[in-house]
Every structure is written in C-alpha cells, then in structure tokens.
Design a binder for this molecule. Structure first.
Ligand code: F6P
Length: 361
C-alpha cells in the first residue's frame, strides 16, 4: 500500500497559533499512522497555491521548532470565497484547478486552517467531493459553532497590553485615548481586551453607538474627577444612524465625509463635543503578530490532534471545534456560511455594564 497523502494549507489573515496547529496536525498524524506511512504536502499561500499548484513535500523535521513561531510556515493569502466561482480576466476556473491539484497530488485528505472565508471554500470543496477537514483560526473568534478559535487569546493578550500601556499616557496627560482594535464584523476581540485592559467605554459592531452618549460618558468621568478615559473601539463599529444603512452606503458616506478610521471619527467628535483632549491609537497588525500565548499553544495542539483523529476515522467534511469546553467537530455545511457575533444577551457584555462600562448605547 502506498503512503497516505495529506495536503495542508493556511488561508486568510495570519495569526499566532497557525504554526502550532500545523505542528499538532503533523505530529499527531505521524504518530497515528507512522512517519514512514505518511507524506504531508504543504500548499503555499492557501487556496492560491491550490489553484496554481504551488506546493512542497514536507519532512517531519519541517514541523519541529515551530510551536512558538508566529505567522505560518506555509504562507497565506486572501482568496475571497465570493470570487471562487467567478472566472476573472486570467480565465482561470479556480474550482476546477483546485480539484485538479488535489487529484494530481493524489491527496487522501486536505486540512484547511483558516477563518470564515476559508471555511466557506472548504465546505464548497467538500461538497465537490474532496476529503476536507477544517481547523478554526482567527483573532476575531467569529467562527460559528466553536467556543473559541486559535489566535484569539493571543490577540486578546496583545490588545490588553496595548490598553494597559496606554493608561500611562492617558493618566499623565489627562487625555481621552481612543484605541482601535481589529474586528470588522464581530467585536469579541474588543470586548475581551477592553474588559481585561480596564477600558471605560467599549464600542462594538454589534451594538451601534450614539456619539452623544459616548461623549457624555467621557464628560461624566471628567466631572467626577477622573482625568482620563480609555475607549476600546472595534474597527467595524458604527453609530445608530449608520446602522440604518447598508455597508456599501456607509462606506460611500464615510468616503464623502473624508473619514478614515473608526477611531478618527469618534475621537474628533468627542473632542468637539467635550473640549477634552482626545487622541487615537491604532495597533493594527501588531494584534496578530508574534508568538502564540500558552493558551493558544495548548488549543492549537488539541485541535491539531483532534483533526488527525478525524482523519483516522475518515470523518471528512467536518471542522474541529470546542463546544462547552470539549474538543469536538461540526459538519462544515452547518457552520461555514454563518458568523458568530456577540449576542444581544452576551453575559460578558452584562458583566461589563454591571461594573459601569459604557457601550455608548
Ligand atoms: O480576520 C482577521 C483580521 O485581522 C480582522 O480583524 C481584520 O479586519 C482583517 O483581518 C484585516 O485584514 P488584512 O490583514 O487583510 O488587512
């Protein structure tokens, strides 16, 4: 019998824990089947590499020493799901090419490590008959059906440190500091790092804000002798009027007004409305950089080992998940087209409100 042939790719934004997960999958697969019986093929730059047939055969030693490394040794790219079935100027039929590469490489299974977009394409490939197993990655923690994704807690730690460090300047200069945290659709990262970092006001895409209330919350603190305020603002948040608009209309309106980031427009309004000196901080991709936290190293290892178990059971068309603290799996078809938002009755939002944190609503 020939070797078991496994493909592996990472797609979408990089984040801490990708390499730890790659390592977990590889080591557990080698353990389960025997090193000499498995050939792992690394697909470069996610689905882009699968479309264009860019790959390399990996050795067991390739997976050593990568537990602590940030980013991904396989490289990654954003290849939007909505473009997968569209033939562009290059005339490439992406779905056909991906299936062809899978066939040419004689793969028995393809592991796809990525976020929501990655899962949508993984589900499509599974429906097209490929043996796919997904692993949930993203600092946004917005993959449906899992309590947590790898990368999230590392980013929470970084976001928390950013807010911690901003306290120094906010306090010394009696300023309002508006910190922008990544998260376009879901506010989990802002919510967690905001609470952990002791932010006074937290603004999320799921809770449209009223700028009058945001300014009033800053003023109330100033009136109470609290010299500074810290706002943790999700990059994708919007106010109650913008909430009535479609995303495209919101973007057009902002362009017309010359507004750049969420923090820029919020800071400008606060300063105008209160007269308090207001500054912005945008940590950006720093939130996704560097080594995974201990939590993510463990989660990545658990997820990786579970993915290898699914392979052993030939349970394809699933993505690994944590449900109520237990490592398990969900059918790709059940979760791939959904997003996990901060719900209206989120307990953590309630806790934050209980201690006086304002959500500007
Ligand atoms: O999905 C992860 C994420 O970091 C989001 O929080 C953010 O909106 C987006 O990626 C940024 O993407 P890019 O690195 O492609 O600019």
């Amino acid at each position: 019998m020939g070797k078991l042939r496994i493909g592996m790719l990472t797609s979408g934004g990089d984040c801490p824990g990708l390499n730890a997960t790659i390592r977990g999958v590889a080591k557990a697969t080698y353990e389960a089947f025997g090193e000499e019986k498995v050939e792992i093929i690394g697909i470069h730059d996610g689905y882009h590499g699968l479309i264009h047939g860019v790959h390399k055969s990996m050795k067991p030693s390739d997976f050593s020493g990568i537990l602590t490394q940030g980013g991904t040794i396989l490289g990654t790219k954003r290849t939007p799901f909505k473009m997968m079935q569209i033939i562009e100027d290059d005339k490439v039929d992406k779905v056909k090419e991906m299936k062809q590469t899978y066939k040419d490489l004689k793969l028995d299974c393809l592991f796809t490590l990525g976020g929501n977009g990655t899962h949508k394409t993984a589900n499509m490939l599974s429906e097209e008959g490929l043996n796919v197993i997904g692993l949930p990655k993203t600092i946004d923690n917005d993959i449906f059906g899992t309590d947590v994704t790898f990368g999230f807690h590392s980013a929470v730690d970084i976001g928390t440190e950013v807010i911690d460090r901003i306290h120094t300047t906010a306090n010394s200069h009696s300023r309002i500091m508006v910190i922008e945290i990544m998260g376009n659709k879901a506010g989990w990262l802002t919510l967690y790092s905001g609470i952990a970092g002791g932010a006074d006001i937290i603004l999320l895409p799921e809770i449209p804000y009223d700028i009058e209330k945001v300014a009033a919350a800053c003023q109330k603190r100033a009136d109470a002798g609290k010299d500074f305020s810290i706002l943790a603002v999700a990059e994708g948040c919007f106010d109650k009027d913008e909430a009535k608009l479609k995303k495209k209309e919101r973007t057009r309106l902002r362009q017309e007004r010359g507004e750049t980031t969420a923090t820029a427009r919020i800071a400008k309004s606060i300063q105008t409305m209160t007269g308090l000196e207001t500054r912005t901080v945008v940590p950006g991709h720093i939130l996704r950089g560097g080594s995974p936290s201990a939590y993510d190293r463990i989660l990545a290892t658990q997820f990786g080992a579970h993915a290898a178990e699914l392979l052993k059971k030939e349970k394809f068309g699933y993505t690994v998940a944590m449900v109520d603290g237990r490592i398990t799996e969900n059918p790709l078809g059940d979760v791939a087209m959904k997003t996990k938002f901060v719900p209206e009755d989120c307990k953590l939002v309630k806790t934050a409100r209980d201690i006086g944190i304002s959500f500007g609503d």
